[in-house]
Design a binder for this molecule. Structure first.
Ligand SMILES: [Fe+2]
Length: 317
């Protein structure tokens, strides 16, 4: 462990590198910024134990009972459905469907709770952007702020180790930079498993990947504005690798991992297509997603795009 006054770097036995930034640290200090970008781009996690994003008492009370905010609370607690907020329009998305145990379901937010939730999510989105641009100023011009997610439902089953791929929202080679915050009003931790880095994971599953031409359905949806753009080969690789990893029972049982507990009031930041991860427990977390182009990185050879291009020998976007 390397320890300085404001930051401490925990080298977690080759599984995952974690940089802890102590509460009250000025995120714009050069030594903090340079260590943070090095760890983030190497597939590590930046951990802020008391990050400073807070809910008022009234807001805490509102979310403390899920039936205050959702018209229907699912009987299966697997962390879904989630509430998706679009920061560009300042609104919670009305039609966000997910599969919950074979049924299509959406988080239908109560009209009485919607204005308060939109205030919380809008505040979080701006706060997250502020933290990210303070810590990684060189990303500022290239970052694309995307959705804000609120997970009000408890998770009682473990999510498989996976890399994020933004299914339905092609990143077209950009990486997913996300800041997460545990806002649990009852002080329960959010528990994650963190797995191996991207490259060994890709090397294991790449031989089984079969890529077809981008489908015409995707082009039509993009043309109609229903998704953000056509799927590139990169998007197909990422989605296929993700599902191969999730479906491999032996991998899920034997892959190296570390369990992390993120207490209420803490935040953590990662390039989530570069770090194997899965939620194991907790309720009430927020996250803000940004797309980060490979060329905006300090070392673009660390990006999932360039790693995949090197390993496949192909241009993927
Ligand atoms: Fe994920």
């Amino acid at each position: 462990m390397v320890s300085k006054e404001h930051i401490s770097l925990v080298e977690e036995t080759e599984i995952v590198r974690m940089l802890t930034i102590r509460p009250g640290t000025d995120l714009s200090m050069p030594e903090v910024r340079s260590k943070a970008i090095e760890i983030l781009e190497a597939g590590g996690v930046i951990y802020l134990p008391r990050s400073g994003f807070e809910l008022s008492e009234r807001e805490q009370e509102l979310i403390s009972n899920t039936s205050n905010i959702l018209t229907r609370v699912p009987d299966v607690e697997d962390g879904r459905p989630t509430i998706i907020f679009d920061p560009a329009h300042g609104r919670i998305k009305k039609y966000h469907y997910v599969h919950v145990k074979g049924k299509m379901m959406r988080a239908q937010v109560k009209d009485t709770a919607r204005p308060d939730l939109e205030v919380i999510l809008s505040r979080y989105s701006k706060w997250g952007e502020n933290v990210i641009t303070q810590l990684f100023p060189s990303y500022k011009l290239a970052l694309d702020r995307k959705r804000t997610t609120y997970r009000p439902i408890s998770r009682s089953s473990t999510q498989s180790l996976h890399i994020d791929s933004s299914y339905g929202y092609p990143t077209q080679g950009r990486s997913m930079l996300r800041i997460f915050t545990n806002i649990n009003p009852a002080n329960q931790p959010r528990i994650w498993q963190l797995g191996e880095p991207f490259e060994p994971f890709v090397r294991r599953f790449l031989p089984a990947v079969r890529i077809s031409k981008p489908s015409w359905v995707s082009s039509i949806l993009a043309h109609l504005g229903m998704i953000d753009g056509t799927k590139t080969k990169y998007d197909q690789y990422i989605a296929t690798l993700r599902s191969l990893g999730i479906r491999d029972k032996e991998y899920q049982q034997t892959a190296p991992r570390k369990i992390m507990e993120f207490p209420a009031g803490s935040s953590w930041i990662a390039l989530t297509d570069l770090v194997l991860h899965g939620a194991m427990g907790g309720q009430h977390s927020l996250d803000q997603t940004f797309y980060l182009p490979a060329d905006a990185m300090n070392d673009s050879s660390c990006s999932p795009l360039r790693i995949l291009e090197r390993l496949t020998g192909e241009a993927l976007i």
